[in-house]
Design a protein around this ligand. Structure first.
Ligand code: A2P
Length: 352
């Protein structure tokens, strides 16, 4: 009784959290398949205390599978998810491979769960930085409307995967040992130049494009419009972003500036109340006691933490805030499993 679930990329930074989030989810699981590259085939991982042997991911791996949770990189998803759909599975994809496909819903359940009803076998999980921004801003948009979003991100190393996180630790050790830091991954795998992240800041996440924005910044702009307005190019809300990698292992921070539509109605008190009432959000905003969100405290939690809410003193109807969430959980594994939970609850997955 239950669903057969495959986790693609099960050995990675997000994959190991997908296993854990699935263990703790409401989805009845009859069998789990753990898939990765040939390098990991034969390795033993565990699901609910039972040993499971990792298999090399191939098109045939999806025979009999009902739900696929994928986080093995965009090219792997592009190649294998259509094979899984062909075999009758519904896939929730954490990579950027299908996010801008008009036939693929891009979903943050707290914001646009209804988009799941339009799925054709693949549902995309948004970028980690976009997801936590949506959890914090959707209640404000619903109450007052949004004219503009200006966001600067402080993104953790683990967003670039387990090997990138290992690189941050070894660079930090080398720096403390007075050795030269060797940089192979940051700012982004496959680009020409590499720089150390330890004790540094890198204003490049993903490739720099001809339009002068990084691809990560481009994603935040267009994913926000697709999730909030169902149109990746909508002019209705103006969005701009600066994405920065910081030497923090887990949990992204975001400094967000918004201008609301209904300037006369909005206030810090009302925004605080909206965040308190918002699903998936936690208000941590008590300046008198120095309470505000921090990556150290957000790590391991499913919620998005919001604080430092304050008005722009010179521009009525505009506000600043600070938003932190675990990029591997709400930014990736939890949002993916949460989408799968909603698919199951709404009868949008067939059991074979
Ligand atoms: P493996 O551990 O065998 O390399 P991360 O995001 O932490 O870098 O993890 C990436 C995940 O994607 C890992 O589980 C990795 O498996 C998996 N992966 C990488 N390349 C492939 C591939 N060609 N086919 C299937 N899984 C892959």
């Amino acid at each position: 009784e239950g669903y057969e679930v495959a986790i693609l990329g099960a050995t990675g930074a997000v994959g190991t959290r997908l296993i854990q989030q699935l263990e703790e989810s409401t989805i009845p699981v009859s069998k789990v398949r753990l898939l990765a590259s040939s390098r990991s085939a034969g390795k033993t991982l565990h699901f609910k205390g039972q040993p499971v042997t990792v298999e090399e991911a191939k098109p045939e791996s999806f025979e009999g599978v009902d739900i696929v949770l994928a986080s093995a990189g965009g090219s792997v998803s592009k190649k294998l998810l259509p094979e899984a759909v062909k075999r009758g599975a519904v896939c929730v994809d954490n990579t950027s491979a299908f996010r801008m496909d008009p036939d693929v819903p891009l979903v943050v359940p707290e914001v646009n769960e209804k988009a799941l009803y339009k799925h054709h076998g693949i549902i995309a999980n948004p970028n980690c930085s976009t997801i936590q921004m949506m959890v914090a801003l959707e209640p404000i948009r619903k109450a007052f409307g949004l004219k503009q979003i200006i966001v600067s991100t402080y993104q953790a190393a683990s967003g670039a995967g387990q090997s990138a996180l290992n690189e941050l630790y070894s660079e930090a050790q080398d720096y403390l040992d007075d050795k030269e830091m060797s940089a192979d991954i940051f700012p982004t795998k496959g680009d020409k130049e590499h720089y150390p992240l330890a004790f540094n800041l890198l204003p490049q996440i993903d490739v720099l494009e001809d339009n002068l924005y990084s691809h990560e910044e481009w994603k935040m702009i267009h994913e926000t419009k697709k999730i909030m307005l169902d149109d990746m190019d909508s002019p209705e809300i103006k969005v701009t972003a600066t994405c920065v990698r910081v030497p923090v292992p887990i949990s992204h921070g975001e400094s967000i500036y918004i201008e609301v539509e209904n300037k006369d109605d909005a206030s810090v008190e009302k925004i605080r109340q909206l965040i308190e009432d918002a699903p998936g959000a936690v208000l941590q905003d008590d300046p008198a006691h120095q309470v505000y969100p921090q990556p150290i405290n957000a790590t391991g939690k499913r919620e998005t933490f919001v604080g430092r809410i304050r008005p722009d003193l010179e521009n009525k109807g505009a506000f600043n805030m600070w938003v932190v969430s675990d990029n591997l959980l709400k930014g990736a594994a939890w949002n993916t499993v949460q989408i799968a939970e909603r698919l199951v609850a709404d009868n949008l997955v067939e059991v074979k």
